[in-house]
Design a protein around this ligand. Sequence first.
Ligand SMILES: Nc1nc(=O)c2c([nH]1)NC[C@@H]1CN(c3ccc(C(=O)N[C@@H](CCC(=O)O)C(=O)O)cc3)C=[N+]21
Length: 291
Amino acid sequence: MTAQKLDGLAAAAAIKAELRTRVDVLRERGVVPGLGTLLVGDDPASRSYVSGKHRDCAEVGVESIRVDLPATASREDVLAAVRDLNAAPEVTGYIVQLPLPGGIDENEILEAIDPDKDADGLHPTNLGRLVLGVAGELTSPLPCTPAGIVELLRRNDVALAGTHVTVIGRGLTVGRPLGLLLTRKGIDATVTLTHSRTPDIAAEVRRADIVVAAVGVPHLVKPEWIKPGAAVVDVGVTRVGTTESGKAKLSGDVDPAVAEVAGWLSPNPGGVGPMTRALLVSNVVQSAERA
Ligand SMILES: Nc1nc(=O)c2c([nH]1)NC[C@@H]1CN(c3ccc(C(=O)N[C@@H](CCC(=O)O)C(=O)O)cc3)C=[N+]21
């Protein structure tokens, strides 16, 4: 057996096509959505992610505003840049690329973002709205990777209601908010949220209908762990070296042999990454529509 591919590039392209129509409607009303990015330092992976976000915006007709600070920037420099982005009328939503260089308190920076311009859905007010709103429509921005995972499954007709989902990883951007999202009314999955101190992760994965791996441990998830036919979503990426031509060699959290047991598998790259970016643009368009 070989798993069906959860194609993130295809799903992201469909979402971006839908967003383009919404952006055209906004522009006719004189509203131009704009995404700001704040990047501190020169980590090559972060640079490449930020460039990808600007490319997506251009495809959809969203303006983008790029602010880059050197790795030596102080807490005050970063807070000043955040205040400028909060005040800039052409920025309808923005992100502060994580991780920030050591010594800068990320939570303090996230709290300084205007929640109405929080394109990542990581401001405490918006995370709080996700906690408070178990049912009904949420108009606040959702964290992009969790929302992208749910969209990727939905667009591939992988049912969520009544299923058991095991999430590996409790990080701020994926595991923790994903647990909240999947247990909302209308989605109705049952979630086991595992982490580095979980005694037997393999046992928690074995009973899952859907597995989401978001830890950044190369090939952690083994085929013997997977219930035959389960859907497996590979989120983590780790640089494991460089090719002869100098390109980064990347490894996901899922052993490729899982494809022989799983019913669905998201490739990595080409799975969750493009979905994260599409949902980011979606948050920016949504905030421009609200304004
Ligand atoms: N405030 C903040 N928000 C984020 O959303 C955020 C962040 N900080 N810090 C880092 C992580 C990582 N992340 C990725 C997004 C897209 C790809 C992506 O599109 N990857 C491509 C390949 C990468 C490439 O071609 O360069 C793929 O999976 O196919 C990867 C990683 C967002 N993050």
